[in-house]
Ligand binder design. Structure first.
Ligand SMILES: [Zn+2]
Length: 423
């Protein structure tokens, strides 16, 4: 082993931003849409082409590539001590039908770029480094989302995942066979000493605050509900105002209340009514029924519980006020996640040492890193995307910001893997 004099300290090395950008643009040709986005649904022929190219690039970079039973691809760069569990990084290369070039792909290619940079600098790490491309993160063709990391971390059973069918009746198992990614590596997660994921923010905060790097401290917990309000349909003319049981009035107050509830719990509270259907939907009939959804989020489970309790209290009061009956049914429940404090401080330290303006942020969306946080120390690095727009063909990110995020990734991988040798 060489002396530590030659060992780069944190913040001393950066990735090749131009090579990262070229890699994203080249990979982004596979499934590109006329509006500059991507349509590369999981386990399609285009996904196969994207996987093949990634695999080729990893092999060219000296990595050993393996595929597990749910099609997750692992590219391992050997360390000095290969008995040590690897430091893992990655994301996904499948997209929404009208997705962008950066959601997911950035995290995978940033991992590859980190390995290419280590090769350039002839740096050997103590522990191996592994870049993973998770299968079907988007869940667009085959629900649910984060399928590959879900199976890897034991959240979903392999059999349930493999038997999931798309709208055409094709199962995940058949689709994996068709593209040749039905791997033989056990789906039971091999150990990872840490997991880092670089990702575009998919929200507007970093751009608004003029920061280049987001240090992701955790992910918001989510509670989803279906709400059905039953009133009485009646004629809009003959029925005086005080004798109505108008379901839409109660619904409108619920929308207002959910908004207030989130505002009362800033900065990490969120409250959204995304669906609001009024029945019978006729201009001269007082609505007898409303079906709506509620999506409540917060970083602290206690606060989230209180938000839900307050919503129930409000709904009971509105039932009295408007003479309606409301049924509220939970449909999804994801607890908040706090990322590992060492991973978080590594990301913060690396971003500051590299001189990138940064701030702590939370993830409002789901990511593979959230499942990985259950089985190992995990952290995430966000970079801004234009207008916070994602899951959209118009999704854009700046090369300089992507390079900054990938450089932070490179440095935290080194911090966690340890440096064995450097020329
Ligand atoms: Zn993503």
């Amino acid at each position: 082993m060489k002396t530590t004099e030659l060992t780069p300290g944190i913040g001393q090395i950066t990735v090749n931003t131009e090579r990262l950008w070229d890699c994203l643009m080249t990979h982004g040709q596979i499934g590109h849409t006329s509006k500059g986005g991507l349509n590369r649904l999981a386990l399609t022929e285009l996904d196969k082409q994207g996987r093949d190219l990634f695999k080729t690039w990893c092999e060219e970079a000296g990595c050993t590539v393996s595929v597990d039973e749910i099609g997750n691809i692992f590219a391992r760069r050997a360390g000095l001590n290969n008995d040590l569990p690897p430091i893992m990084t990655g994301s996904h290369i499948d997209t929404q039908p009208t997705g962008g070039k950066f959601d997911g792909c950035f995290g995978v290619m940033a991992g590859l770029e980190a390995i290419r940079t280590l090769n350039d600098l002839k740096i050997q790490t103590l522990a191996p480094i592994e870049v993973v491309a998770w299968t079907n993160e988007e869940g667009s063709r085959f629900p649910p989302c984060m399928m590959g990391s879900g199976v890897f971390t034991g959240k979903f059973s392999l059999n349930d995942a493999l038997t999931t069918k798309d709208d055409a009746g094709i199962s995940v198992e058949d689709a994996l066979h068709a593209i040749g990614y039905n791997g033989n590596k056990s789906h039971i997660g091999h150990k990872a000493a840490a997991y880092y994921e670089a990702h575009i923010e998919q929200g507007p905060v970093l751009e608004d605050e003029r920061k280049q790097v987001g240090v992701v401290i955790g992910a918001l917990g989510q509670k989803w509900f279906d709400i059905e309000i039953t009133g009485v349909e009646a004629h809009a003319g003959p029925t005086p105002m005080h004798l109505r049981k108008d379901a839409s009035l109660a619904g409108a107050e619920i929308i207002q209340f959910i908004n207030e509830l989130a505002l009362k719990n800033t900065p990490h509270g969120r409250g959204t009514v995304g669906c609001f259907d009024v029945f019978p939907g006729s201009r001269n009939v007082i609505p007898g029924r409303v079906r709506m959804t509620a999506d409540l989020r917060h970083l602290e489970s206690g606060v989230l519980e209180t938000m839900v309790k307050d919503l129930h209290i409000k709904i009971n009061a509105l039932d009295q006020k408007y003479g309606v009956q409301t049924v509220i049914t939970p449909t999804a429940d994801f607890p908040p996640i706090a990322f590992d404090s060492t991973c978080v401080s590594n990301v913060r330290e690396a971003a500051s040492a590299l001189g990138y303006p940064n701030m702590d942020v939370v993830s409002g969306a789901g990511h593979d890193a959230i499942f990985m946080a259950d089985v190992t120390s995990a952290g995430m690095i966000f970079v801004p995307c234009e207008g916070g727009i994602s899951h959209n063909e118009l999704e854009r990110a700046k090369a300089v910001d992507l390079g900054a995020g990938a450089s932070v990734l490179l440095n935290v991988l080194l911090l966690s893997a340890g440096i064995a040798e450097h020329d």
